[in-house]
Each structure stands twice: as structure tokens, then as C-alpha cells.
Design a binder for this molecule. Sequence first.
Ligand SMILES: CC(C)(COP(=O)(O)OP(=O)(O)OC[C@H]1O[C@@H](n2cnc3c(N)ncnc32)[C@H](O)[C@@H]1OP(=O)(O)O)[C@@H](O)C(=O)NCCC(=O)NCCS
Length: 179
Amino acid sequence: MKAKDEITAHESSITAGECAGSAEQIELKFVEGGAELLDTVRPLWKKLNALHAEKSPHFAEAFAKTSFLKRKVELENKAITGQLLVILAITKVHECIAYCVCSVGKESSVSGAGRVGEIDSMFILEPYRRQGIGRKFVKRCMAWFQKNEAEKVIVFVGVGNEEVLEFYKTFGLLPLAHV
Ligand SMILES: CC(C)(COP(=O)(O)OP(=O)(O)OC[C@H]1O[C@@H](n2cnc3c(N)ncnc32)[C@H](O)[C@@H]1OP(=O)(O)O)[C@@H](O)C(=O)NCCC(=O)NCCS
């Protein structure tokens, strides 16, 4: 059965951590689903791609040329060959301010084939960063990886975006290779 069928979109409400320097709290609704949610992430994905283009010292042009449709097809294929989870964080006024996409697929190596969980894409609008939303996304991904029997977890971080390594380090995800 494909991921699209396995994951039923469902919602849950949370209050993200306090905003830095104030007691204000944002109420967010987390929506989980499969590839059918990908179109919703398009505007935020475009911002992520622009960020990569800005930060990448060597591949700015390649990032600029990458289209959302191409990326969407890649992620849809992951849903077909494995499982895909899309998580959206939605404000009270129905604005999607952050998303995370993760997948589970098969990887073959000399030691055989294993199930690999991958955090494929994640972006949080700047004013909402450092309030624990990224942490909530990764926790949800990790629980989903466990449920889907992933034996290891990987994430690719673009060159130039190394500050994100500190974020992943807090979950025990450590850099393995620079390519
Ligand atoms: C990376 C990102 C997803 C983190 O999300 P976030 O909601 O801001 O992170 P959290 O608030 O959950 O942070 C959890 C912890 O990770 C660490 N952390 C998060 N962002 C960090 C940063 N920029 N530098 C160093 N440590 C960081 C901190 O230890 C933080 O805990 P603290 O705030 O109590 O110190 C977010 O900054 C983002 O969307 N960045 C732009 C897009 C991007 O780079 N995506 C990743 C592509 S691989």
C-alpha cells in the first residue's frame, strides 16, 4: 500500500514555545498528510530554495534553476516507491508558516538493503524560528520513522547552510560526509 493511502491527514493543535523576549505564544495547528499536501508548501519551498541559492557558494545557479514542480515529482516518486509524510504548521488565520517533508525508502548497500528515514525538506518562516517548531517537526518525523521501521535517519544539509548542523545535532544527527 502506498504512503498516500497509509497516512490519513489529521490535525492537532499546539502552542509553540514562547517568543524570544516576550510572553506571547502562537497557537498553531499541525496538519499531517501525504503527497496531496505538497502544493501547499510551494511558497515556502520557494523561499527555502532562494535561501540555498543565496548561501551556496558554488551552486547558486543550479538552485535558481530548480523548479518546485521538479522537486514535487521527486517527492511524489518517494511516496510511490516508499512512504512520504508532509507536516504543515498553520496559524489561527490559516496561514501555513512552516512545513516539513520526510520519507522512508529502501537503500541498498554491500551489507544488504535497509529502510532509511530521510528528512527531505523543512522551512520555518523567519519570525517563527527559535520557538521550538523545528524541534516539534523532527520529533514527529522520528516517531513516524520508528513506526515505519526505519533503521537509520539521514538529512542533507546544503553547503553554506552549516548553521543548521547545530539544530540537527540536538537530535543526535551528526555530520557524516561533505560531498
Ligand atoms: C533550521 C530550522 C528548521 C530550525 O527550526 P526552529 O524552529 O528555528 O528550531 P527550534 O526552535 O526548534 O530549535 C531547537 C534547537 O536547535 C538549535 N538551533 C536551532 N536553530 C539554530 C541555529 N540557527 N543555530 C544554532 N542552533 C540552532 C538550538 O539548540 C535550538 O534550541 P534553543 O532555541 O532552545 O537554543 C529553521 O531555522 C529554518 O527553517 N531555517 C531555514 C531553512 C533551513 O535551513 N532548513 C533546513 C534545510 S536542511
